[in-house]
Design a protein around this ligand. Structure first.
Ligand code: SF4
Ligand code: SF4
Length: 343
C-alpha cells in the first residue's frame, strides 16, 4: 500500500503522459457520459465517473481488427498481423477489471489468441474504486463491486489523497519511477476501510437472491413465457451485446482488393441478438426468432459459460440495461422475475 497526495497524483499522471513510452488512456467526460480515450493532460481524467459507455475491452478486442494480410502476386504469402499499442489505462472499476480477467480466461482457452493476449500483457491497468454508481449497475449482487486482483495499481479516493494498492511489480515500478508516495498510517487505513465498506450500500439495483443460484434458476426456466413476452419489443439492434464487457463473439471476413491479388482477413464484433448471428452457409438460421436470441444472451451469461468456465459472465455493470431503447434488457428485472417463477 502507498499514499499519494492528490496534487502529486496530477503530477504523476502528467509525467506518465509526457515521459512514458506507452500511450496513456483514461476516463473522460463526453457530454453527460463518460468514455475511455487517450489523455492529453491529467486535467481531463475523471475518476468520479459512474460508468463508461464502453468498457476497456475495446483496447484488447477492438471493434474491427486485421488478423492477417495475404498477397497472391507472386508466391502465396500470408502475414499475420497483431497491432499492439502498449497502454497505461487509468480508472477501471472493479467490475470491468473482473470482466477483463474473464475475457483473458476465454481467450487463453483451447487456442490462445495472441491478438488479444499480447495487447493485455503489454498494458498496465490502474483500477479505481467506485465513487459514484450507475443507477443500472448491480455489481454488488454479482460480487464485483470491489476486487483484490486484476490490476497493477488500485486507487481509492480517501479525501485529500489516494490510497494505492499494489497489484504487481510493474505497478510498483511505475510508482517508483514517476510518483511521490508515502506509506499509509492508521488514519489512512481507517479512511480506506470506511470507503470500501460504504461501496456496497451505494447500489440501488439488486438481485433478490444470491448470484450463485442463477445457473439453477435458468435451467428451470428455459421454457418460461418471459422470453417471448420480453422479446416482443426487441429491435434486434444488438446494443446489449456490443456494450457488454463480457461479450466476445466476433465475425471473420476476407476483404479482397479489386485486383483479386491482395487482401486482409478482419474480425469485427458480433452479437447473438443480431438476426444474422446464427445464420449458416445454407441460409439456415438456427436462432431465427427474436425470443430464442433474446433468451440465449441470458442463458449464455448465467448458465452456459458458468458450466464451461466456472464463472457467471455478467459483472453487473448495467450497460445493457441503459443501452436498450425498449428497456427490456435489464438482467436484474429478468433474473428476479425468473426467481419468482421457480419459487
Ligand atoms: S450482461 Fe449487461 S450487466 Fe452483465 S456484464 Fe454484460 S452489459 Fe454488464
Ligand atoms: S438492446 Fe434491447 S432491443 Fe436491442 S437487441 Fe438488446 S434486448 Fe433487443
Amino acid at each position: 500500500m502507498r499514499i499519494i497526495d492528490k496534487k502529486d497524483f496530477i503530477e504523476f499522471v502528467n509525467l506518465l503522459i509526457t515521459k512514458d513510452a506507452r500511450t496513456v488512456v483514461g476516463v473522460k467526460a463526453k457530454g453527460d457520459k463518460f468514455i475511455y480515450d487517450e489523455l492529453a493532460s491529467a486535467d481531463e481524467l475523471r475518476l468520479d465517473f459512474d460508468v463508461t459507455v464502453l468498457s476497456p475491452k475495446k483496447y484488447f478486442m477492438p471493434p474491427t481488427e486485421t488478423l492477417l494480410e495475404y498477397d497472391l502476386s507472386s508466391d502465396f504469402k500470408v502475414m499475420s498481423v497483431n497491432e499492439v499499442t502498449p497502454l497505461i489505462i487509468i480508472g477501471i472499476h472493479p467490475y470491468d477489471l473482473i470482466a477483463l480477467q474473464q475475457m483473458e480466461t476465454v481467450f487463453r482457452d483451447t487456442y490462445p489468441d495472441a491478438n488479444h493476449l499480447l495487447k493485455l500483457e503489454r498494458s498496465i491497468l490502474i483500477g479505481t474504486n467506485m465513487q459514484n454508481v450507475s443507477p443500472h449497475s448491480f455489481a454488488a449482487s454479482m460480487g464485483t463491486a470491489t476486487t483484490r486482483y486484476g490490476y497493477d495499481l488500485m486507487l481509492t479516493d480517501i479525501g485529500d489523497s489516494y490510497y494505492v494498492e499494489l497489484g504487481s511489480d510493474r505497478g510498483e515500478e511505475l510508482l517508483e519511477r514517476y510518483a511521490r508516495v508515502s506509506m499509509p498510517d492508521e488514519s489512512h487505513k481507517k479512511r480506506f476501510e470506511a470507503v470500501i465498506n460504504g461501496i456496497v450500500g451505494k447500489f440501488q439495483k439488486k438481485l433478490n437472491f444470491p448470484a450463485d443460484e442463477l445457473p439453477a434458476i435458468l435451467a428451470k426456466t428455459y421454457d418460461s413465457d418471459l422470453w417471448a413476452n420480453k422479446a416482443e419489443k426487441c429491435l434486434s439492434c444488438g446494443s446489449c451485446n456490443l456494450v457488454c464487457p463480457t461479450c466476445y463473439c466476433f465475425d471473420v471476413q476476407d476483404v479482397t482488393e479489386l485486383n483479386l491479388r491482395k487482401g486482409e482477413r478482419i474480425r469485427t464484433w458480433d452479437g447473438c441478438l443480431l438476426e444474422d448471428f446464427a445464420k449458416v452457409a445454407t441460409g439456415e438460421n438456427f436462432r431465427e426468432d427474436r425470443a430464442s436470441r433474446y433468451r440465449h444472451r441470458f442463458m449464455r451469461k448465467g448458465k452456459f459459460l458458468h458450466e464451461r468456465f466456472g464463472f457467471i459472465a455478467c459483472v453487473g455493470c448495467g450497460r445493457c440495461a441503459s443501452g436498450c431503447l425498449p428497456d427490456i434488457a435489464d438482467p436484474v428485472e429478468v433474473y428476479n422475475t425468473l426467481k419468482e417463477e421457480v419459487l
